[in-house]
Design a protein around this ligand. Structure first.
Ligand code: GDP
Length: 453
């Protein structure tokens, strides 16, 4: 457990790198940080009412004696940590920085725990939890793209849309719950259609964040594109055509592909793993169940799903298509088996018509895949790995609750039950941003920091 604190206690630590450097900094934060500083200097510091740069003469234990230095002083709660804070800038030699910390503790400060300054910033509402993790991401970044990702997250790009989703959910819940009080009078403050549309909008926002986190967790040197469709829809043949070689078994016998077969190919300069999955079927034998599970798992991490249908047996209505939260390209396979006008008509309806036999439509499909991948979050939108690891579960729970809320609404279940799901979604989103936290969550986040940050 991190030694955290009453924000009134003044904490102190070396804030600069501990390797030799020309300049170094010691940071203090707490209600009496300026009093502590007064006890560490030879000449009294004049009263400071706004952020100031104050020359000081530091009194260090013998043989160091007094040392000219500069103190940056934030005298009010309008500081990073949300309490009076001081940074002493002096020579970067480690023994001097350590002696300065010792002088501060002798003057009443306490050594800071790991991440305790950032923890105070979080508790003071200066940062949300994803931004606090981004601070760690900035410190830990070993290359430019990791740094960009951490800075983007620090700027609030991950939490801002979630906070907005949470606010909208709170408003809808308030309306729903207000209506519960007037159920006898048949008065409601939000109609089911508005509620449903709002829930779907928020669910889409949460799903996008979930995809972002999944992309981060598989650290994105390639994208998965997954072929889905009924057995015999022509998925294996399409994979072979795209991969330009025979990697998947093509057979007339339905259900030949049981495992996930994939091939890494280059599409307009990107690494893409195209995966052929077991056809969608409803058998209950263990092998079918397992292969369906494998297909569903790979679909969860996919950037794009290619929904394949035999051009001769297209569903009458788009509503019959399997629904998925992943972006979908609808592919009408075996285009050589239909006539030209029919193919044109399908294209007008949004189908991408291909033929593995004639090797037609493949370039168009590659271009469409590439265009869709352009819309997938880039490396700098992916956030830091620690956040993805911490939040994946909470985001999934939020998504499940939102889905269940919509299902309950469709089943005309009571508004009380829908409100329960909405509250659960709110709590789960709150865990990500840190509106809701436990000691355990804070401990996990901040104990990964180094002392002084
Ligand atoms: P999967 O079960 O979805 O992987 O489907 P397959 O790729 O194994 O193909 C099922 C059947 O459709 C096989 O007999 C293939 O030869 C046939 N097939 C696949 N693609 C085409 C195509 O573009 N044109 C025609 N005429 N037949 C195809």
């Amino acid at each position: 457990m991190i030694g955290w604190s009453d924000p009134r206690t003044t904490i102190v630590a070396i804030a600069s790198a501990t390797s030799p450097a020309l300049r170094g900094a010691v940071r203090m934060a707490g209600e009496d940080a300026i009093d502590v500083l007064q006890r560490m200097v030879a000449d009294p510091i004049p009263p400071v009412t706004r952020p100031s740069r104050v020359p000081i003469r530091l009194c260090l234990p013998d043989p160091l004696g007094t040392l000219d230095a500069v103190a940056l002083v934030w005298p009010t709660s309008r500081s990073y940590c949300g309490c009076p804070s001081v940074e002493i800038h002096t020579v970067g030699a480690l023994p001097i920085l350590e002696a300065t910390v010792n002088a501060a503790t002798a003057a009443g400060a306490r050594p800071a725990g790991p991440g305790e300054f950032t923890l105070r910033a979080f508790l003071a509402g200066r940062l949300d939890l994803t931004q606090a993790e981004a601070v760690l991401g900035v410190i830990d970044a070993t290359n430019r793209s990791q740094l960009d990702a951490a800075l983007t997250q620090l700027a609030g790009n991950l939490s801002a849309p979630l906070r907005e989703a949470r606010d909208q959910l709170l408003d809808m819940l308030a309306d729903l719950e207000a209506g519960l009080d007037f159920v006898e009078e048949d008065i409601s403050f939000i109609d089911d259609q508005t509620l449903r549309a709002g829930l779907l909008r928020i669910a889409e926002r949460v799903a996008a964040t979930s995809r972002q986190m999944q992309a981060q967790r598989r650290s994105e040197s390639f994208h998965w594109v997954v072929l889905r469709g009924r057995p015999n829809a022509g998925k294996s043949s399409l994979l072979n055509s795209l991969a330009d070689e025979s990697v998947a078994i093509v057979s007339d016998e339905a259900g030949t592909t049981r495992d996930v077969v994939w091939r890494e190919i280059d599409i307009h300069g990107r690494h893409v793993r195209i995966a052929d999955t077991a056809g969608i079927e409803t058998g209950h034998d263990p092998v079918t169940a397992k292969s369906q599970q494998a297909a569903a798992t790979i679909e969860q991490v996919a950037a794009i799903v290619l929904q394949c249908h035999d051009a001769r047996q297209l569903p009458a209505s788009l509503a019959e298509l399997e629904s998925t939260s992943t972006p979908v390209i609808r592919v009408a396979t075996k285009g050589d088996t239909i006539d030209e006008p029919h193919a044109v008509e399908l294209a007008q309806q949004g189908w991408l018509v291909t033929s593995a036999v004639q090797r037609s439509g493949l370039d168009r499909l590659r271009s469409e895949i590439s265009r869709r991948l352009d819309q997938v979050p880039g490396a700098s939108d992916l956030g830091v790995p620690g956040t993805a690891a911490r939040c994946a579960d909470a985001i999934d729970r939020a998504a499940t609750s939102l889905r269940q809320a919509v299902d309950l609404l469709d089943l005309l279940a009571g508004h009380e039950l829908i409100a329960v799901e909405m509250r659960q979604a709110l709590a789960a989103i709150g865990e990500v941003t840190g509106e809701i936290y436990t000691d355990d969550i804070l401990d996990r986040v901040f104990s990964r920091f180094c002392i002084g940050k």
